[in-house]
Design a protein around this ligand. Structure first.
Ligand code: GRF
Length: 194
């Protein structure tokens, strides 16, 4: 059995970041991915978790918003840190209070640009392309009560020459996420362990 810090991954989609994180921490002794949580039982991330033998917890939007049970369950599992990897629901204040300073998110653009409500998935990359941006990238930030407004912990950039399609931008950003998110989580966990 591994000791150290237990993290929970929250995701609503395909789970490619979740898989990169699971792979990374399967080779590390001091951090364990204890559970994968999703508001969508059909999401690819559920299949990813089961393939890796990680317990899954699913819940409806209403359950997430109205019940304190999830925070309590996670605390009982010994989870201290929450990683949002493509999780589409706003985190309720009670949950943020329960894990104050211990929730992190990845956003597929360079915040504060291209953030906020509705800015997810291909919408973000379309907006970057339409604005003719010369660069894009990823932002890893703390989570508070407002979408994409928590303290920025790290950003990584790629240049754009204007010839990339929206799908190209999406693919390039995804690669950057897989490369950096697990390492940034490792740093953040070691800095916020107590
Ligand atoms: C990623 O681009 C992430 O930045 C965003 O949602 C996407 C999730 O993709 N918040 P995946 O489910 O990890 O493949």
């Amino acid at each position: 059995m591994k000791g150290g810090t237990n993290i929970a991954i929250f995701a609503s989609g395909a789970g490619s970041n979740a898989e990169a994180i699971i792979d990374h921490f399967s080779k590390v002794d001091n951090v364990t991915v204890k559970v994968v949580c999703s508001n969508n039982p059909e999401a690819g991330v559920i299949e990813v978790a089961s393939r890796h033998g990680i317990p899954r917890l699913t819940f409806s939007k209403t359950e997430f918003n109205e019940e304190a049970a999830l925070a309590t369950t996670l605390q009982q599992l010994g989870v201290s840190h929450i990683v949002l990897a493509g999780f589409l629901l706003l985190i309720p204040e009670s949950f943020i209070r329960a894990f104050r300073g211990k929730i992190i998110n990845i956003h597929p653009a360079l915040l504060p640009k291209f953030g906020g409500k509705g800015m997810y998935g291909l919408n973000v990359h379309k907006a970057v392309k339409e604005a003719n941006e010369k660069e894009t990238g990823i932002t890893i930030h703390e989570v508070n009560e407002h979408y994409d407004k928590g303290k920025i912990l790290a950003q990584h950039r790629i240049s754009l020459n204007g010839n990339e399609s929206v799908e190209d931008i999406s693919r390039m950003v995804r690669e950057l996420e897989h490369e950096w998110f697990p390492r940034e989580i490792a740093d953040w966990v070691s800095e916020t362990q107590h």
